[in-house]
Design a protein around this ligand. Structure first.
Ligand SMILES: Cc1cc2nc3c(=O)[nH]c(=O)nc-3n(C[C@H](O)[C@H](O)[C@H](O)COP(=O)(O)O)c2cc1C
Length: 318
């Protein structure tokens, strides 16, 4: 069951993962990141209760890109039996199921879900146990360092989840009260890594290959998980792979970047149609604009694209 992760550990290959990102981690984007070397990808978080009552929502979530090698569906919820039932019904076509115990959004935490589960370790462990009993695929968890500065409990919490059957723990080194502010605490990720037998992924503030190398050097983690650093920058996965394998990470040419933007738009179009593709591409184009000359003009163009031709025009401005 845990062979997915063992393959990496046995070959001493660090896992390079694209983090789950709500509204972003759809199959086309995951496919682009996989093509650049993301070993593992996650869907955006999906409500187990929402899937129970609106299964049509799954049509979108259940798509995988042909490029993806290992992909997880990420579920959130607070009811062990509902989580187990949804995991069982929807674990195909995924390689493993991840549980979100890190989301800081009040609309999630007020229902005792996401990072609020860090205040309720027993319930969190019951969810992991119910899900591991229900499916043969690995169940993993993504956590934070704790709920707030006064309740940093990632180490005990992760150990309890491991005992309950979790096959891998990803740690975002911020507590819930920080949301995305401050800096990720790498010391807490190291403490979790030192205490656990299952693989640990380090997450937080990896914006370039050097950041990934530093995360590994400072925590000893088994892999890294990248979220914001991959927005408009799927190249980061190849750059991390290169650096970790002793090669100098290379910069991508403008022509290569344009080709990726067009591929991204085409992959989105295939699944969602041209109109929805353009709406989805608006935020990606803003991110692809980062670091370019005339970024504000580019963003003005990006937020107005409405078809494939507009994307081609956007690329001409780069
Ligand atoms: C736009 C956005 C959406 C996110 N959605 C999710 C999500 O669905 N599930 C989850 O576990 N974390 C989610 N996160 C948190 C990231 O996975 C990650 O833990 C966090 O951004 C820290 O990593 P980073 O510094 O590499 O961005 C989201 C983050 C962002 C920026």
């Amino acid at each position: 069951m845990k062979t997915i992760f063992n393959t990496f550990i046995n070959s001493q290959k660090k896992i390079i993962a694209l983090a789950p990102m709500a509204g972003i981690s759809d199959a086309p984007y995951r496919g682009i990141c996989s093509a650049f070397g993301a070993d593992v990808t996650y869907t955006e978080m999906v409500s187990a209760l929402g899937m129970k009552y609106n299964p049509e929502r799954c049509e979108d979530i259940r798509m995988r890109s042909p490029n993806e090698t290992i992909c997880a569906m990420q579920l959130f919820g607070d009811n062990p039996s509902v989580m187990a039932k949804i995991a069982k019904e929807y674990c195909e076509p995924y390689d493993f199921i991840d549980i979100n115990m890190g989301c800081p959004a009040p609309k999630i935490t007020k229902n005792n879900q996401g990072s609020a589960l860090m205040k309720n370790p027993q319930l969190a462990a019951d969810i992991v146990k119910a899900m591991t009993d229900a499916i043969d695929k690995p169940v993993t968890v993504k956590i934070r360092s704790g709920w707030d500065a006064n309740s940093i409990n990632a180490v005990e919490f992760a150990k309890k989840l491991e005992e309950a059957g979790a096959a891998c723990i990803a740690v975002h080194g911020r507590h819930r009260s920080q949301f995305y502010s401050g800096k990720a605490d790498l010391a807490i990720i190291k403490q979790v890594k030192d205490e656990l037998k299952v693989p640990v992924l380090g997450n937080g503030d990896i914006f370039c290959a050097d950041d990934a190398a530093a995360m590994i050097a400072k925590t000893g983690c088994d892999g890294v998980m990248v979220a914001r650093g991959a927005q408009g920058n799927p190249f980061i996965f190849e750059q991390i792979n290169d650096l970790l394998n002793g090669r100098k990470p290379r910069e991508y040419t403008e022509e290569e970047r344009k080709a990726v933007i067009l591929k991204h738009a085409e992959a989105l179009s295939e699944i969602y149609g041209e109109k929805m593709m353009a709406l989805k591409m608006r935020k990606h184009l803003c991110w692809y604009s980062k670091g370019h000359k005339g970024v504000s003009a580019l963003k003005q163009k990006a937020i107005k694209v409405s078809d494939y031709n507009d994307i081609v025009e956007f690329c001409k401005m780069l």
